[in-house]
Design a protein around this ligand. Structure first.
Ligand SMILES: *Cc1c(COP(=O)(O)O)cnc(C)c1O
Length: 415
């Protein structure tokens, strides 16, 4: 069953009527479905069941503690990019030995904290970072488990802002410099060379970029092996795409797994994967209430109470997300631009959408589980939305709506 479906005209999540949640918790409101998160994670577990593997959920896609808790209970690992995310994962019951630490700018404090926690691996993105990590580990009297992130220079054919595997991107170590970097890592006594990784972009819906990238990584593994540098894992990153509109295809996880497995062949390597969007994207919606309907000549606007501070994807990536009525009611259908109250022309959730609505009706923005709440801000001194998790006939508040006064409680008047 889909995480959100219709029952006699009402949008439901499992057995819960979404409009009841809006009544109880107010809007804007994020609603997540626990079963959908678990099912998406299980798709990876099933697809990789014949290989030694570790699924490391990319925390930055949605870092709410309840989501991390849900995944930790399945035995998931985590891919983090900051000390804050490390603390969240540990607070949610995640196991340090299943955490990989990605990111192009890890600082000394973050390295020290991750070493202290005893994480599984640092995904190192430059030789400078490697040298720094070696110093920090040495100062703490430990060795740092390391994978080097390779930039395979493949075109992920996705939006330029979410493409990361091209030479022009800031991420990883160029293929041509990789061998030297591994030799250097091998020399450093406080570095334990364990793996190789890449992450070529986000919202990928075809297999070719993965096939190309994994083939390059496997070639490097063989080269290293011939030099006596033996790796025990290959981390193929995340990026598995989901279906935002009826024209999209989501990535076929089974086919993706077969493609990765066949490139690896008989080599004795554990497969790590870092999916973010695929795990949570379809498991969430953003609910919002229509404040005003207005028309400028022949353009109609639905001014809603959610804005770009709540969901920035349409403004930032020109992302298209489905918008629909929460309750099917007798209304005149019109084509609307769905816009927020913020003083920016980029403040829209969707343009030219046919909707049957009146003022005070509820709308929902689909596929809002990933890169949605986590990218929200307090722009215009707007409190961030509340978040709710649905499970069967039950639902739980998993983040309360921010209080306006708290937004400036850490600021000071001048003496
Ligand atoms: C963002 C990111 C991911 C997750 O990407 P998705 O597109 O959400 O699957 C995985 N690995 C790294 C290194 C990332 O930066």
């Amino acid at each position: 069953m889909k995480p959100f479906h219709r029952q006699s005209g009402s949008l439901m999540s499992d057995q819960v009527r979404c409009s009841d949640l809006a009544e109880e918790f107010g809007t804007p409101l994020y609603v997540y479905n626990r079963r959908a998160i678990e099912q998406a994670w299980q798709e990876f577990a099933t697809a990789l069941q014949d290989s030694s593997h570790l699924i490391c959920y990319a925390v930055k896609a949605n870092s709410n503690l309840a989501i991390l808790d849900t995944l930790a209970r399945l035995g998931s690992g985590f891919d983090i990019v900051s000390l804050g995310e490390l603390k969240r994962v540990l607070a949610a019951g995640g196991k340090p030995e299943k955490i990989v630490f990605s990111g192009v700018g890890k600082n000394t404090r973050e390295m020290a904290a991750a070493l202290e926690a005893g994480i599984r691996c640092f995904n190192v993105e430059s030789v400078s970072e490697l040298e720094r990590l070696a110093e920090v580990a040495s100062a703490h009297g430990v060795t740092a488990p390391v994978s080097l992130r390779i930039n395979p220079d493949v075109d992920a054919q996705t939006h330029p802002y979410i493409s990361t595997g091209l030479k022009e991107n800031k991420f990883g170590i160029n293929m041509g410099d990789a061998l030297q970097a591994y030799r250097r890592a091998q020399e450093l006594s406080s570095i334990d060379v364990q793996g190789i990784d890449c992450h070529i972009g986000s919202q990928l819906t075809t297999l070719e970029p993965y096939a190309d990238a994994v083939a390059l990584l496997v070639g490097m593994i063989d080269t290293l092996s011939a030099e006596g540098i033996h790796l025990s894992h290959i981390d193929v990153g995340g990026g598995q795409g989901i279906r935002y509109s009826a024209d999209d295809e989501s990535l076929d996880v089974q086919a993706w797994a077969r493609c990765v497995q066949s490139a690896i062949g008989e080599r004795d390597l554990q497969i790590l994967v870092e999916p973010g969007r695929y795990i949570v994207g379809q498991a969430g919606i953003l609910m919002t209430r229509v404040e005003y309907l207005k028309s400028n000549e022949d353009r109609h606007f639905a001014v809603v109470d959610a804005a770009m501070n709540d969901l920035i994807r349409p403004a930032l990536y020109s992302a298209w997300q489905e918008i629909e009525e929460v309750e099917t009611l007798e209304r005149e259908a019109r084509v609307y631009d769905v816009v927020g109250p913020i003083c920016e022309s980029a403040d829209f959730l969707g343009k030219q959408r046919t909707l049957s609505i009146a003022e005070n009706d509820l709308l929902c923005v689909r596929s809002s589980g990933a890169y949605a709440f986590v990218m929200s801000s307090n722009y215009n001194t707007r409190p961030r939305a509340a978040e709710v998790m649905v499970e069967g006939e039950k639902f739980f508040l998993v983040r309360s709506r921010e209080e306006t006064e708290a937004l400036f409680a850490q600021e000071f008047l001048l003496p």
